[in-house]
Design a protein around this ligand. Structure first.
Ligand code: GRF
Length: 183
């Protein structure tokens, strides 16, 4: 197995930062969002970045195919979606079979989707957590590789709960990625 990691991001990129801080071989960072904080983090680290906005391509397949080709041009063989808020099409996943990993702020299969922290709070869950899983075509449906619970505390807001979940993500995501590239 190769050792070069590509990271897909849409937001702040604190999980990207955790991968960089762990000394993992991040070789390329792609985003669908211009100006995402994660792109600035990649710039600071000297990692090549590229923007793949849906509106710049004919359709999702075209965007995802271009993104896969760009990652391959940087010899990426493991892809991490770290706060990447789009589904990946088969045309992308087929280029990295079994080698796309996501981090999600809940104990999957509980609370999949883009509002996991808010939904756990609204449901009155006493415990939620963080999951690292393989990506398939579904919404947070691929096999779970690692998960760790996080208690919901009295008075928690989306922000306070998500901050504690992120702290767990920043520990378990680099651990799982390291295992995958060293396997
Ligand atoms: C993380 O909580 C991740 O689980 C979810 O989106 C958030 C991204 O945060 N998918 P960041 O951009 O890595 O700071």
């Amino acid at each position: 197995m190769g050792r070069r990691i590509g990271v897909l991001v849409s937001g702040d990129g604190s999980n990207l930062q955790a991968l960089l801080d762990a000394g993992l071989p991040v070789a390329a960072v792609a985003s669908n969002v211009a100006g995402a904080g994660a792109l600035a983090r990649a710039d600071v680290a000297g990692v090549p970045t590229a923007l793949f906005r849906l509106e710049d391509h004919a359709d999702r397949d075209g965007r995802d195919a271009a993104m896969a080709t760009w990652l391959r041009s940087h010899e990426v063989d493991l892809v991490v979606t770290a706060g990447y808020m789009q589904l990946l099409r088969p045309v992308f996943l087929d280029r990295f079979p079994g080698r796309v990993v996501n981090v999600h702020p809940a104990l999957l299969p509980a609370f999949p989707g883009a509002h996991a922290v808010e939904e756990a709070l609204a449901a009155g869950a006493r415990e939620t957590g963080a999951s690292v899983h393989l990506v398939d075509e579904g919404v947070d449906t691929g096999p779970v590789l690692r998960q760790e619970p996080v208690p919901v505390l009295p008075g928690d807001t989306i922000e306070t709960l998500h901050a504690r979940i992120r702290a767990v993500e920043h520990r378990i995501l680099p651990e799982v990625v390291r295992e995958l590239i060293e396997a």
